[in-house]
Design a protein. Structure first.
Length: 367
DNA sequence: CAGTCGTGGAA
DNA sequence: TTTCCAAGACT
């Protein structure tokens, strides 16, 4: 391959800059040796040299998407205790899965987790397929997760390129192209790093490296097994990589939540539409959430009661907008029937409901 | 392909 | 307080 895209105008050495010392290619063996000494013990990780149950790899990988280890840990333990096998999870009602997932965020993951378990049972007889391509066909399993399961559970040679890999590779090769456009280039570079054995260990070693040494801020380059192979380190600017595109500003939307409290303490609740924001989750009835707020909130009240605006606002930040939710509260008689599509839920039943975090904040105002 | 889709912790 | 960030997938 030519060094320049333009053969008529080949790049010329810049005399004002010294030619950088050539770096040898990163050796996967060096990373694996580091991993053998420093591998983290995590609840979903098998002992060294032992292949992990594909279901456990699957469950942990879905939960870990865009979510910290510390946050995932208790959810992983609860799911594994309640649904120890993919067949058990497939047999559960979706509402149970959603309520167990409540608080973890990105609720499409819970819907897809459940759909995937059912697909594994129905299409594959309850055993996860053991190739990256077949895994990729399952709901909720994308390029990263397919490669991670294939490598960790089945010892397939696959590049499980996650945010850690991207950061490590961007630094190793000083990739100037900005994410997310750079994803294809980073993946191509990742494929050049793969070892010829220990594929599961290598996938996890890359993640450990990114999580413990090659961190976004203040990377511990002095301890890195690939220190001498790293272009960003050689340039003295590891934190400059990966380059990222600017993010869009986050607008603020307003709404009003209607907190109807029955004489016995029950609260009026409904379920959100099955897809989209907080899809399938439980909620206190509210107006639409829109920039500038609803013109006439009273029109959205779930039933005719004496609604009292509280001097309180619930603030919550979603991934792509912030929400300010005013609280209107009303007391309802003991025998008030629930309007169509709604139900009364007493506080003892809250744990069985799929209340996302924003709704748990609203429910603090029961009074 | 850029927008959608949560949450809580750290700096 | 604000910003960024964490083992991404789907449309």
């Amino acid at each position: 391959m030519p060094r320049s895209a333009d053969p008529a105008n080949p790049p010329r050495p810049d005399p004002s800059r010294p030619v950088p010392a050539s770096r040898s290619a990163p050796d996967p063996g060096a990373l694996l040796a580091w991993y053998d000494r420093h591998r983290r013990r995590l609840p979903w990780r098998a002992e060294a040299g032992v292949r992990q149950d594909p279901y456990r790899v699957f469950l942990s990988e879905i939960m870990l998407q865009q979510t910290n280890v510390v946050t995932v840990t208790p959810y992983y333990a609860a799911f594994l205790a309640r649904w120890p096998t993919v067949a058990a999870l497939a047999g559960a009602p979706l509402e149970d899965v959603l309520s167990a997932w409540a608080g973890l965020g990105y609720y499409a993951r819970a819907r897809n987790l459940h759909a995937c378990a059912r697909a594994v049972v129905e299409r594959h007889g309850g055993a996860f397929p053991d190739t990256e391509a077949a895994l990729l066909e399952l709901p909720g399993i994308g390029p990263y997760t397919a490669a991670a399961i294939a490598a960790i559970a089945f010892e397939r040679r696959a590049a499980a390129v996650d945010g850690n890999w991207e950061r490590v590779i961007a630094r190793l090769f000083a990739v100037e192209e900005a994410l997310p456009k750079a994803k294809a280039r980073l993946r191509a570079l990742a494929l050049t790093l793969l070892p010829s054995s220990r594929h599961g260990d290598f996938a996890q070693a890359m993640m450990d490296l990114g999580a413990t040494l090659c961190t976004p801020r203040k990377p511990a380059c002095a301890l890195c097994p690939w220190r001498t192979n790293c272009a960003a380190h050689a340039a003295g600017a590891p934190e400059r990589y990966p380059v990222k595109a600017a993010k869009a500003a986050r607008p603020t939307r307003q709404g009003v939540a209607f907190l109807a409290v029955r004489a016995d303490g029950a609260v009026l609740v409904r379920s959100r539409p099955p897809r989209g924001l907080l899809g399938g989750m439980s909620e206190v009835p509210s107006t639409d959430w829109i920039e500038g707020g609803p013109a006439d909130p009273a029109l959205a009240a779930p039933m005719a009661l004496e609604w009292q605006p509280l001097n309180a606002t619930v603030g919550h930040v979603f991934s792509h907008f912030a929400l300010e939710l005013a609280i209107w509260r009303a007391r309802a008689p003991a025998v008030t029937p629930a309007p169509a599509g709604h139900r009364w839920v007493r506080p003892e039943g809250f744990d069985a409901e799929a209340f996302p975090s924003v709704m748990r904040k609203v429910l603090e105002y029961i009074g």
